[in-house]
Design a protein around this ligand. Structure first.
Ligand code: PEP
Ligand code: MN
Length: 474
């Protein structure tokens, strides 16, 4: 993205006025019956109950005065890249934490995740032969849907932790009270994160020549090891060749684009960032380039779908095997009535085994209805289990297997596998088991730091990129 340019193009002057209130501005939208506050009339699942309504109002008023984090022109460019992936001419790589947190916030962590995603991008570009669009679950991925409203430990029942944007993870009554000031703190953390990401993407850090130090310890344990080492050295050779031809690899291939995405879970936060784009006159969600609706909040008549159908960003929806045929068609029509390419990404997450059985049905329903979607695989959320040592974990083999099924089914159905969506970090954590680095159930306690779901570590994530490049080549 080129933030400077699109800032000039896309942000309405009004958006910068201190008293700007999104819900007082008449938007021209594709939907007569939509407004920036129409979601308030709908059922709001997975929301905290704030005890102090004035404090909540003060916090969201403050957010409404804040500059947008992303710009409409950027979201439009990403829409084109999502469309390209949907046609099989590109590939989407989503990656990042399950939940960003205050505790894990540091420049090093942001850099490490950015770096491993760039490496994966190179592997997919070069090995898979497709231009890869990198989308970080970063700079806004804070709110978490929970399967239960409360958590009980040793007979003590407290409200569930819902992400640092809502309450604290500590198991105390005080920490679990939703605090509206956390919305503001998350905005500033997101702004700082995005500032660093934009600097990394455009300031030289992402130069191709720097991807070379692959740190491929995982190859030692895998039968595929030689293939990965060969591919990595072919990438290095290609770079050397470019340099020999007089291309200044360090400096010319020095920028990349990097987008942000998160689950639009916390309605008050997302609602505060709907801004009018002066170029198109349309409302955009400006908390991230792409926003998605979770599996638990995608009810057609719910508040989350209401907010999403009105904004012009590229939108994702997580879908499991639970979705019924007609529900899927209605969902696509609701979010993408004009059936535009790139508008809608369906992120399937069912678990290894189930995906192979159920994905053909989804693909055929979408195809029979003539709907344009970009299919992405989330091989994480259907493969969560508890390890023998008591940790919430995922096995590398199950993750790989769900991806393999994703590619096989799309090939058999003559459909397009458009991307992958991973929970991962650039750090050397021990949260998922397996992979060439061989994390075992007994190792999990060594560096288990996630605030929510278990993530692939840097080595496991890179290994998976090689696996996927292999599927793309077939
Ligand atoms: C997530 O992406 O962290 C998540 C909660 O996903 P899902 O809605 O698919 O469960
Ligand atoms: Mn998760």
């Amino acid at each position: 993205g080129s933030p400077g340019k699109s800032m000039m193009q896309s942000v309405d002057d009004d958006a910068w006025l201190p008293n700007f209130r999104a819900d007082q501005v008449p938007f021209e939208t594709a939907h007569e019956d939509w407004s920036t506050s129409s979601w308030r009339e709908k059922q709001q699942l997975q929301q905290p109950t704030y005890l102090d309504e004035d404090a909540l109002q003060a916090a969201t008023d403050e957010l409404r005065r804040m500059p947008p984090l992303v710009f409409a022109g950027e979201a439009r460019t990403l829409t084109e890249e999502v469309a390209r992936a949907g046609r099989g001419e590109g590939f989407l790589l989503f990656g990042g934490d399950c939940a960003e947190s205050f505790l894990e916030f540091s420049a090093d962590n942001i850099r490490d995740t950015f770096r491993v995603m760039c490496q994966m991008g190179v592997v997919l570009n070069y090995g898979g032969g497709l231009p890869t669009t990198k989308i970080g679950r970063m700079a806004g991925q804070f709110a978490k849907p929970r399967s239960a409203d409360t958590e009980t430990i040793d007979g003590v029942e407290l409200p569930s932790y819902r992400g640092d944007i809502i309450n604290g993870p500590e198991f105390t009554e005080e920490a679990r009270i939703p605090d509206p000031q956390r919305l503001v703190k998350c905005y500033y953390q997101s702004a700082a994160t995005l500032n660093l990401l934009r600097a990394f993407a455009n300031g030289g850090y992402a130069a191709l020549g720097r991807t070379g130090s692959w740190e491929m310890d995982f190859v030692k344990g895998t039968s595929q090891g030689q293939m990965y080492t060969d591919l990595a050295s072919r990438v290095d050779q290609a770079l050397e060749f470019m340099a020999a031809c007089g291309v200044d690899v360090e400096n010319t291939a020095s920028s990349t684009s990097f987008w942000t995405a998160h689950e639009a879970c916390l309605l008050e936060y997302e609602g505060a960032f709907i801004r009018k784009d002066s170029t198109s006159g349309l409302p955009y969600g400006t908390s991230a380039h792409l926003l998605w609706v979770g599996e638990r909040t995608r009810q057609l008549d719910g508040a989350h779908m209401e907010i999403m159908r009105g904004i012009a960003n590229p939108i994702g929806v997580k879908v499991s095997n639970k979705i019924e045929d007609q529900e899927l068609v209605d969902l696509c029509n609701c979010l993408n009535p004009e059936n535009r390419e790139g508008r809608l990404t369906l992120i399937t997450r069912m678990g290894a085994g189930l995906l192979k059985k159920e994905l053909p049905r989804l693909i055929n329903v979408v195809r029979d209805a003539g709907l344009n979607v970009t299919w992405v695989a989330d091989p994480m959320h259907g493969n969560t289990e508890t390890s023998s040592s008591g940790y919430k974990t995922r096995r590398f083999d199950n993750i790989r297997q769900e991806l393999e099924e994703f590619f096989e089914v799309h090939e058999a159905e003559v459909s397009v596998p458009g991307g992958i969506h991973l929970e991962m970090t650039g750090r050397n954590v021990t949260e998922c088991t397996g992979g060439g680095v061989g994390v075992t159930d007994e190792n999990l306690n060594e560096n288990y730091v996630t605030h929510c779901d278990p993530r692939l570590n840097n080595q496991q994530a890179l290994e998976l990129a090689f696996v996927v490049a292999g599927y793309l080549r077939k």
